[in-house]
Ligand binder design. Structure first.
Ligand SMILES: NC(=O)c1ccc[n+]([C@@H]2O[C@H](COP(=O)([O-])OP(=O)(O)OC[C@H]3O[C@@H](n4cnc5c(N)ncnc54)[C@H](O)[C@@H]3O)[C@@H](O)[C@H]2O)c1
Ligand SMILES: O=c1ccn([C@@H]2O[C@H](COP(=O)(O)OP(=O)(O)O[C@H]3O[C@H](CO)[C@@H](O)[C@H](O)[C@H]3O)[C@@H](O)[C@H]2O)c(=O)[nH]1
Length: 472
């Protein structure tokens, strides 16, 4: 059977970059090209100082340093890379549609289709095309139709190989995944060989048991299903967090108690200010849209509730800040610690911090943001993208600073938006001393010891915890 010698990945983003870096590192005999139309992004991937690559992920810079320009190449030469490769991963973005039919729910597949058309135009010999992006079930059908209608005799095998890595732990997830999922046709010998060629790539570092093969549709749908189930757990525990606040049950204790039931399990039960990230919301909305399109309204409603609950959680956190600060935050300084959607990443897409800020801006708060990995331009871009407030107003009301001390200086309230470990290491006594009094602390991640914070003098609110804190 033919061994793959050259792989091309279209899309040098959060998935394409780290995934290909790991493949290059584990498969030294395979040449891996990562291509993108975004020249700036490619220039960053090629930056002489490997610490300037565009994505921050623990362990990624080291792997890129080890493989780049040996068997891992970043470039904007998409045609050339397509021509060269036997196997092409498509790892471009599939955002929620912002126009036309399905606006606000369906996945926008224009980037996927452009890739397929480009492959169809350029390819001169047979290719294995791998869907790495998260796609609606049955997208492979559309790809097949585009690729097989060129009339130039080139044969394509289309595989689905969704990615399950989570940001912040991408490298660990890639090196030790719970499973790799490969969906493909097994009708013909050629199709089986195509699937085996991809299995062989992963077999460089994974066992047979870790590599699951299914039909294409199961693979496509499993990705959306996995994200829906994961997000559903968070919305479920967040729903309970509100009930806990009313009843003085403690959401962390409830999570621990239910998580010890092996049928439920302990992971993904951390109550929070709401889930963010580029995937959960987009993929569930896509699932809702697919269900609606197939006339399955009850199925659509069931999954949509996960998003409704998440929006509620973000809004009620912001509302609680306003209510606690005597029903007005106008002109008050609110310090937001954390802007990324989770710790250990510089990704801010759909971060709860954006929505909480947007709400506080409507109440004319003065917002000061500190995040160890997010730039000020990103913060402004995120707020401007929502379109709720005038860019000039945003820049007048929001300041982005480079230290937590500066962020909290003379603040009326501090809100923890991301669970960065460093937030636990601060001298909170000193922070308290320099804040306006009463000094309010809103812990959207339950990472600080609220008893200690209360003892320092803070008025503390923590998600899913009753209001009364007894200090011995
Ligand atoms: N971010 C994650 O953690 C994650 C995890 C699993 C799956 N996914 C899925 O993987 C896919 C990619 O996600 P991402 O976060 O890497 O997106 P991203 O936006 O970070 O990267 C996508 C890249 O594709 C490039 N691109 C778009 N069209 C192109 C074209 N025609 N030719 C060349 N380059 C093109 C863009 O310029 C961009 O750099 C999405 O479908 C997403 O749902 C993401
Ligand atoms: O118990 C939890 C776990 C997570 N979160 C939040 O949920 C969001 C998503 O977190 P996580 O799933 O860890 O990160 P992602 O990078 O968004 O990864 C998800 O989305 C990816 C893109 O599809 C999938 O590949 C991953 O398997 C899936 O976990 C973040 O805001 C987290 O803070 C919680 O609030 N409570």
């Amino acid at each position: 059977m033919k061994k793959i010698k050259t792989i091309t990945c279209i899309g040098a983003g959060y998935v394409g970059g780290p995934t290909m870096a790991v493949i290059a590192s584990k498969c030294p005999e395979i040449k891996v090209n990562v291509v993108d139309i975004n020249e700036k992004r490619i220039a960053q991937w090629n930056d002489a100082d490997v610490n300037n690559i565009p994505i921050y992920e623990p362990g990624l810079a080291e792997i890129v340093a080890e493989t780049r320009d040996k068997n891992l190449f970043f470039s904007t030469e998409v045609d050339q890379a397509i021509d060269e490769a036997e196997m092409i991963f498509i790892s471009v973005n599939t955002p929620t549609k912002t126009y036309g039919i399905g606006k606000g729910k369906a996945a926008d597949l224009k980037y996927i289709e452009l890739c397929a058309r480009q492959i169809a135009r350029v390819a001169k010999d047979d290719k294995i095309v791998v869907e790495k992006s998260t796609l609606p079930v049955r997208t492979a059908e559309a790809l097949t139709s585009i690729l097989h209608n060129t009339g130039n005799g080139v044969k394509y095998h289309i595989l689905s190989n969704p990615e399950f890595l989570a940001e912040g732990t991408a490298i660990q997830d890639l090196l030790k995944p719970d499973r790799i999922l490969i969906g493909g046709d097994s009708d013909t010998q050629e199709a089986r060989e195509a699937m085996q060629a991809l299995v062989d790539v992963y077999a460089h570092w994974l066992t047979d048991e870790q590599i699951l093969t299914t039909n294409v549709w199961s693979s496509e749908l499993s990705k959306l299903t996995a994200n829906a189930f994961l997000a559903q757990r968070i919305s479920s525990i967040n729903a309970m967090s509100e009930l806990c606040e009313k009843t003085e049950a403690d959401v962390d204790e409830v999570a621990k108690a239910i998580g010890m039931d092996s049928r439920i399990g302990p992971k993904f039960l951390k109550a929070s200010v709401g889930f963010g990230g580029s995937c959960f919301q987009k993929d569930i909305l896509n699932l809702v849209y697919i269900s609606q399109s197939l006339g399955l309204q009850e199925v659509a409603d069931y999954w949509e509730q996960v998003i409704i609950m998440n929006d509620h959680q973000k809004r009620r956190f912001a509302q609680h800040i306003v209510k606690t600060l005597y029903n007005t935050v106008s002109g008050k300084k609110i310090s937001l610690l954390g802007w990324a959607f989770k710790k250990d990443t510089n990704d801010t897409r759909e971060s709860a911090a954006i929505y909480v800020s947007d709400y506080l801006l409507s109440e004319h708060a003065k917002i000061v943001v500190y995040d160890p990995k997010v730039s000020s331009e990103q913060v402004y871009a995120d707020l401007e993208y929502l379109g709720t407030h005038d860019p000039a107003f945003i820049r007048e009301q929001v300041k982005v600073v480079s230290s937590p001390t500066e962020a909290c200086f003379q603040a009326h309230a501090v809100a923890i938006m991301t669970e960065w470990n460093e937030f636990n290491t601060y001298n909170w006594k000193e922070i308290y001393q320099h804040m306006m009094k009463p000094a309010f602390l809103f812990d959207g991640r339950n990472i600080l010891n609220r008893y200690e914070m209360k003892e320092i003098g803070f008025e503390v609110y923590a998600i899913g915890k009753g209001p009364s804190i007894q200090i011995a």
